[in-house]
Design a protein around this ligand. Structure first.
Ligand code: ATP
Ligand code: MG
Ligand code: MG
Length: 590
């Protein structure tokens, strides 16, 4: 359990709840008239947030911050959080993305359903309502059809230091505007021939208020509405209306929308004046987006990684997507802990990836059962142990949770141990196996190393030892011989041999593609040049026998190694393959 810490958004929410600011009518989720709203019962929730992805790609770690913030607030304050597909842009959207977003939000443990309300919405279901809003603006003299070319509009928009120029079409009559807008909807014009603009102020210091476009012509097929419409609302027009229609109280977005807030407020005020929306109106609040070292979160770059096959698809465990994270074996609770630690502020910052990994380790250390895996196997032969004999050893499933019990692992004459646990000539401080030294086979016996066999190239192919029969773990004689080294093992005759994928960071520098100190002024870096060529390694390992039965997405701590998950795609029944999510300790760069 992560205790929610104070942050500026929670402070706003608490103040608003205390003041009763958002006591409002309950809205069942379908566009209606203002009278419908007024007739609805009072909403008990009083807090409504939303996560509004555009279904044009896969969600990434940055989206997780927004998801956990919005759903987390709703949960903390007894409110509701809507999942809303902001699907107002026909060209780029697809059902595949809708499905993957639903899966990812669920995987993070967030639920939009509450008290029998589904709270799952599609902005495209409001298109008729948005057209009505646009016509109301025209009728009130707050919008006009502009027929300038895109170039003319750009030029006349002015700059940060120069005011814009009024369009020659700005003073069209209401009747003419209504007529043209109807004909735009009827499909009489080509894309770009006309555009509907809000009529605000071409000299406004905030460029976003210089008569922003609100409806454009696009003869395109939409994934939900098909060919029903050939005009589509601009995001900046659609979004506030979506929020208001859904009675969102706090519309939380990232900082780049700060300059849009005056238009957000302007639009909702005009529509409330026209009687189309009920007060209180939603309030937009901005926070800083998540930036992480060693990770790119730009959609363009993620697409490039996939399209150019630098990774094996969107769900490659090295991708900073939520489908990638799930396959990698990261934990949803780990995301929650990480985001809580990162906090919510208005300051842009770059978070160290180690913080992310540490949150994962902390959560998984608590949640994951222990198992034994030998990743770099070398035979250990116990010469004084009877051939063919098998006995049971017992290992606790979780040292922090004795209630999870223990399991039996077979012990026999030939075991697999890690190559690095034997040194023919020990380095200083080495305490595991070397000729003449004793060490404990964890959960088994103390053994004394007697030597090794080598192949023609001098490579160690087997290590020899004798065991001390009275020293078995869990028996009275266990402590009769004191040793300093301790190593893990699996019985060679019983081991489950499996493919394991070891992942490292996808990029080898903290800020992929960014200029570095000492770079020549003309040098432009490409983030692809910073890819880590060793980010994926596939090995064949020897695992304790019960891991053969691991189900897809079961995750374990492999003792001394890290946290591993049975891959949800490539595992077959009785033949799981494992992905390493994260090592036990941070060894990056060491
Ligand atoms: P695009 O606009 O190019 O589709 P996007 O990342 O903004 O990209 P959206 O689907 O619009 O994608 O994002 C949904 C929500 O996630 C938005 O509210 C957005 O502000 C938020 N979000 C996106 N990236 C981050 C980030 N890095 N940190 C926090 N929130 C983010
Ligand atoms: Mg998106
Ligand atoms: Mg966006």
């Amino acid at each position: 359990e992560v205790a929610p810490a104070a942050n500026f958004i929670r402070n706003i929410v608490e103040a608003d709840l205390a003041a009763g600011k958002h006591a409002q009518r309950h809205w069942a989720g379908q566009p209606g008239t203002a009278a419908d709203h007024a007739a609805a019962p009072l909403d008990a929730a009083k807090l409504r947030t939303r996560f509004p992805p555009e279904p044009n790609g896969y969600l990434h770690f940055g989206h997780a911050k927004s998801i956990l913030l919005n759903f987390g607030l709703a949960q903390q304050y007894g409110g509701r959080c809507h999942l809303r597909f902001d699907d107002t842009n026909p060209e780029k959207e697809d059902q595949e993305y809708v499905d993957s977003i639903i899966d990812a939000v669920k995987w993070l443990g967030c639920s939009w359903e509450k008290d029998g309300e589904s709270n799952l919405y599609y902005a495209s279901n409001y298109f008729d309502w948005m057209l009505q809003c646009a016509e109301a603006l025209i009728s009130a003299g707050h919008a006009y059809v502009d027929s300038q070319s895109a170039d003319e509009m750009r030029t006349n928009r002015g700059t940060l230091t120069q005011p814009g120029k009024n369009s020659p079409f700005r003073d069209r009559s209401v009747a003419e505007n209504i007529d043209l807008f109807k004909r735009m909807q009827a499909g009489e014009f080509a894309d770009g021939q006309h555009i509907l603009r809000a009529k605000i102020d071409m000299a406004a210091p905030n460029i976003n208020l210089r008569d922003p476009a609100i409806y454009r012509i696009r003869h395109a097929t939409h994934h939900n509405t098909g060919d029903k419409y050939c005009v589509y609302p601009m995001y900046t027009f659609a979004h506030p209306i979506e929020d208001a229609l859904e009675n969102i109280t706090h519309s939380i977005c990232t900082l780049e929308f700060e300059d849009q807030r005056p238009f957000y407020d302007w639009l909702l005020e005009r529509l409330a004046e026209a009687g189309l929306l009920q007060r209180p109106l939603p309030q937009q609040i901005e926070f800083s987006r998540l930036n992480l070292t060693y990770v790119v979160l730009s959609k363009r770059k993620l697409i490039q990684l996939v399209d150019e096959k630098h990774v094996d698809g969107w769900d490659d465990p090295r991708m900073p997507t939520l489908v990638g994270a799930r396959r990698r074996g990261y934990s949803a609770d780990g995301f929650r802990l990480f985001m809580e630690r990162v906090g919510v502020t208005k300051n842009d910052s770059l978070i160290d990836y180690v913080l992310f990994e540490d949150a994962m380790r902390e959560v998984m250390n608590e949640s994951d059962q222990r198992r034994i895996a030998v990743l770099d196997p070398v035979k250990l032969i116990i010469d004084n142990y009877p051939a063919g004999q098998v006995e049971e050893c017992f290992a606790p499933n979780h040292p922090l949770h004795p209630e999870l019990g223990q399991r039996s692992i077979p012990f026999s004459r030939e075991l697999w141990i890690e190559g690095e646990d034997f040194m023919e000539v020990p380095s200083k401080g080495f305490r595991r196996l070397f000729p003449g030294n004793m060490a404990r086979l964890r959960y088994g016996y103390v053994v004394e190393c007697t030597g090794c066999d080598k192949d023609a190239d001098g490579k160690v192919i087997a290590v020899h030892c004798n065991y001390l029969p009275e020293t078995k773990s869990g028996t009275p004689g266990a402590d009769s011989v004191k040793v300093k080294g301790n190593l893990h093992w699996v019985s060679a005759a019983h081991a489950y041999q499996a493919e394991i994928r070891l992942f490292e960071r996808l990029f080898k520098v903290p800020a992929p593609g960014a200029r570095r100190e000492g770079d020549a002024p003309e040098l432009e870096r490409d983030f692809l040049d910073d890819l880590n060529p060793e980010s994926k390694q596939t090995i064949v390992a020897q695992l304790e026998p019960c891991l053969k039965d691991a189900k897809p997405e079961e995750r374990f701590q492999f003792e001394r190694h890290g946290y591993f998950i049975a891959d949800r795609i490539d595992s077959k029944d009785g033949q799981p393959v494992f992905n390493r999510a994260v090592t036990l300790k941070d060894s990056w760069g060491k």
